[in-house]
Design a protein around this ligand. Structure first.
Ligand SMILES: NC(=O)c1ccc[n+]([C@@H]2O[C@H](COP(=O)([O-])OP(=O)(O)OC[C@H]3O[C@@H](n4cnc5c(N)ncnc54)[C@H](O)[C@@H]3O)[C@@H](O)[C@H]2O)c1
Length: 423
């Protein structure tokens, strides 16, 4: 029985395990917990850390957040979750608040793994702290909101030690139906791929009102509406589909043209509510991508299609995952979900074809820590983030942008205020 089977078949072991200090590389025993510190106790952070707790030997022992209310909500949630799993409550000594919370967590000797679930603008700064602190890191996408951050992340990637594991939050790749079709596509099931198309049509995100919040705090709490903090919808949210496309094509775009704008949204912020991007990949393969993020009808539709000389592939979040043509194939368990009728999940915990994405992602990551080989997904994460920045640049500048243009002239973002006011 390997470690994964051990975890899968023994929920008692997962829930009742002892806390054993993580030792040297891959020196974990089957009954030892990976001591997990959550940085950013919001929607996604809480969901992913809970999934780690429920599906792996990781145990949330430390929390960090810039805001006291978020930290308190995190403690409340994880104390209850830990109690249900027969584990100790979070020790208040392992709770860190304020703009330096990430440094305190990175320096905390009682933590093995840091999960970075803060807004995108901070990912690279927080990644640097966690990697330099010698921690294993699970970093949410995107790895950077601009070229400067992306370059810095590539430098950080070089400093990751051989026994340190770093994952980037592209959980869709680990969803069983998507992983299965990707294997077939990458093995040539479509013949020569001629073209691809993709979409991400999501509802608007909702405002977060916090009593007494000044303008900077309002921005921080409503970071999704802010270009600098989020990277805009293409970099922050649509990135999952661009990542799937890069992965399945085994390439990154060479150039892009794009249009889009803010045609519906009237609330505060400067993000666009729609994008139409035409990416050119090697061999003149075009990927036509369109996204929307507005409306409150809850309708959600996201996916990718690839068209080749001997077949086509359909890869939706909801609906049949299939290949038609010479090597036709269909994921058997996805037929009950209806294409285009999926339910949006702001915390990324989607159902249908993505139902087990987080579970599989979390297990693979913890396996990489406990048994090896270690992961270092930073460079791949940067490549996808830059691919999205390329489309964003083409859209904002209303011109064709090449990869080289992006690297040479890419927009850089500044926060424009100091976080010290939240100390
Ligand atoms: N992989 C996915 O499917 C998926 C889904 C949703 C969100 N995400 C990503 O997860 C991240 C978090 O998103 P969310 O929806 O949970 O946001 P959120 O606003 O609900 O949570 C962010 C948390 O970070 C805290 N925070 C903000 N700035 C901080 C700082 N400088 N230091 C410490 N804490 C800080 C906030 O107080 C908040 O608790 C984002 O990067 C987002 O792109 C990924």
């Amino acid at each position: 029985m390997n470690r994964r089977q051990f975890v899968q078949t023994s929920s008692q072991v997962v829930s009742g395990m002892l806390l054993v200090k993580a030792g040297t590389a891959f020196g974990y025993q089957a009954n030892s917990a990976v001591r997990h510190g959550l940085l950013g106790c919001g929607n996604r952070g809480t969901s992913v850390a809970s999934s780690f707790s429920q599906n792996t030997t990781a145990q949330v022992v430390a929390l960090a957040d810039i805001f006291a209310d978020q930290l308190a909500a995190g403690k409340d949630h994880f104390d209850k979750l830990n109690a249900g799993l027969g584990r100790a409550a979070i020790d208040p000594k392992l709770m860190f608040r304020g703009p330096h919370a990430f440094e305190q967590l990175a320096g905390c000797k009682d933590v093995d793994l840091i999960q970075i679930s803060t807004p995108p603008f901070f990912h690279v700064q927080h990644l640097k702290g966690a990697v330099e602190g010698g921690k294993h890191v699970y970093c949410e996408k995107p790895v950077g909101v601009d070229v400067r951050q992306a370059n810095e992340a590539l430098e950080i990637a070089k400093r990751v030690k051989q026994n340190q594991s770093v994952d980037v939050g592209f959980q869709c790749r680990m969803a069983p139906p998507l992983a299965a079709i990707a294997d077939r596509i990458r093995a040539g099931a479509l013949g020569k791929i001629a073209t691809a198309s993709g979409n991400y049509n999501a509802p608007a995100s909702t405002e977060r009102v916090h009593a007494g919040a000044g303008p900077d705090e309002y921005r921080l709490r409503n970071w999704l509406w802010d270009r600098a903090l989020s990277g805009d919808i293409l970099v922050e949210q649509n990135i999952h589909i661009v990542d799937l496309c890069n992965w399945m094509l085994g390439a990154r775009p060479l150039k892009a043209t794009a249009s889009g704008g803010r045609n519906i949204l009237t609330h505060w912020g400067d993000i666009w509510d729609n994008y139409e991007v035409d990416y050119t990949y090697p061999n003149d393969v075009h990927f036509s991508f369109a996204s929307t993020q507005f409306g409150a009808d809850g309708r959600f539709d996201a996916g990718l299609k690839l068209f080749g000389s001997s077949g086509s592939a359909t890869v939706p979040y909801s609906g049949p995952v299939q290949i038609t043509g010479a090597q036709s194939w269909e994921w058997q368990e996805s037929t009950s979900s209806v294409p285009g009728e999926g339910k949006f999940a702001a915390n990324g915990a989607f159902l249908d074809n993505l139902k087990f994405a987080d579970r599989e992602k979390d297990r693979a990551f913890i396996d990489s820590i406990t048994s090896g080989p270690a992961h270092n997904q930073i460079a791949a994460g940067v490549e996808t983030a830059l691919s999205c920045m390329l489309g964003r640049m083409a859209g904002y500048q209303k011109r064709e942008a090449t990869w080289e243009d992006l690297l040479a002239h890419g927009e850089t973002y500044d926060l424009g205020f100091s976080l010290e006011q939240f100390a």
